[in-house]
Each structure stands twice: as C-alpha cells, then as structure tokens.
Design a protein around this ligand. Structure first.
Ligand code: AMP
Ligand code: MG
Length: 189
C-alpha cells in the first residue's frame, strides 16, 4: 500500500529523491516524478503500463519555470498563460534541450501546465524542479479523482499519495498546441 499523506514537504522530499508521488490537481490525480531525470520518467511509464509513445505533461508552479522548458514562448502562449494559468489548460510548445526525449516521446515539443490546486502548487514550488505527471491510473482505466481511487489502482506500485481531497474539475486538462509559427490547434477538448 502507498502511504497517504497531506504533508507537502514529505512529498517534495520524496520527489527530490527520485521517488514517484501521486498528487491531487484540480483536474485528476497525477502520478508525479521529476521530469528531468530519465530513470524517474521511465518508472512513470512502467508503473502505469503506459506506452512510451504517449508523451507526458510537465507541471510547474509559475510562468518563469515554464519559460525554462521551452525555446521561446510565443505571444499567444503568454496571453493564454495570463488568462488560464494556474488552471486546467495544457500548452504544447517547442521544447528546450533539458527535457529528456522520453518525456515527449521524442517529439520536439513539450506539454506544460500550471495546476491551480493549492496543494499541487505548493508541492511544485517546494520541489523546485519540473514534475512530469500523467493521470495516476493504470493505462486505459478511468482517471482517479480521489486518493482512494489512486490507492485502488496503483497502491501496490508507488510509495506516496498526497491527498488533496476530491478533484474539483474531475476531467483531464484541455490541450492546445501552440507552434512557434502558424495556427494553434486543439489537441484535446
Ligand atoms: P495525460 O497525461 O494522460 O493527461 O495525457 C497527456 C496527453 O497530452 C497525451 O496523451 C497527448 O495527447 C498530449 N501531449 C502531451 N505532450 C504532447 C506533445 N508534445 N505533443 C502533442 N501532444 C502532447
Ligand atoms: Mg490519462
């Protein structure tokens, strides 16, 4: 069984040791690991049974952290960030070299989100590193919106669940692709 905790510092320390922590966001519970460490990212795919051709969303606490993950922020991305971040919007942007290829499934772009759940934001601030986090379910199953759902599906495979209560939104984030030039496209409503 995973340990269900509410203490953010314990969760942040675990992430910094390279462990996986499921945590509440306003959309669904995410299965988090430090996005810069390929071995940690590999474990996320393994634990979920997720094929490595399905890229992960990277979570950060603020716009300046997001900026470090991309080659540049197009003006539209900055505008959308001001309007919708923190919140359930993911933007796919041209990636910086420091993002491991495994995170993006070899794509030249990276998906980024600033979640609005206070506990998630606090966690990301304390970790101080970008956190890759797909939904904390087994591949192909329904995304979890409570700590108990995560425990049911992944409790025997991960160490920690940061319990932030039931998710307010309850469905996955909207995903927008914002290329360096050309039109934005909606990848997930
Ligand atoms: P999940 O983490 O399960 O909510 O799924 C994240 C989804 O975001 C993926 O399944 C893709 O559809 C999308 N995504 C993530 N990164 C990229 C990317 N670099 N390019 C296009 N779509 C992406
Ligand atoms: Mg998912």
């Amino acid at each position: 069984m995973a340990r269900v905790i509410t203490d953010v510092s314990t969760a942040a320390a675990a992430l910094r040791r390279g462990e996986l922590v499921a945590f509440a966001t306003e959309t669904v519970y995410g299965l988090g690991g430090v996005a810069l460490w390929p071995e940690t990212v590999a474990r996320i795919f393994e634990v979920k049974g997720r094929p490595t051709f399905d890229p992960l969303i990277v979570h950060v606490p603020d716009l300046s952290s997001a900026q470090q993950l991309v080659t540049k922020l197009p003006p539209l991305a900055t505008q959308l960030a001001r309007r919708f971040w923190p919140g359930p919007l993911t933007m796919v942007l041209e990636k910086a070299a420091q993002i491991p290829d495994l995170v993006t499934s070899g794509l030249p772009s990276v998906a980024i989100r600033i979640p609005s759940h206070p506990l998630a934001l606090q966690l990301l601030r304390e970790v101080g590193l970008p956190v890759a986090a797909p939904s904390a379910n087994l591949f192909g199953r329904v995304s979890p919106t409570t700590a108990a759902h995560v425990q049911d599906q992944l409790g025997d495979r991960i160490e920690w669940i940061l319990d932030g209560g039931p998710c307010a939104v309850g469905v996955e984030s909207t995903v927008l692709n914002i290329p360096a030039t050309g039109r934005p496209t909606l990848l997930r409503p």
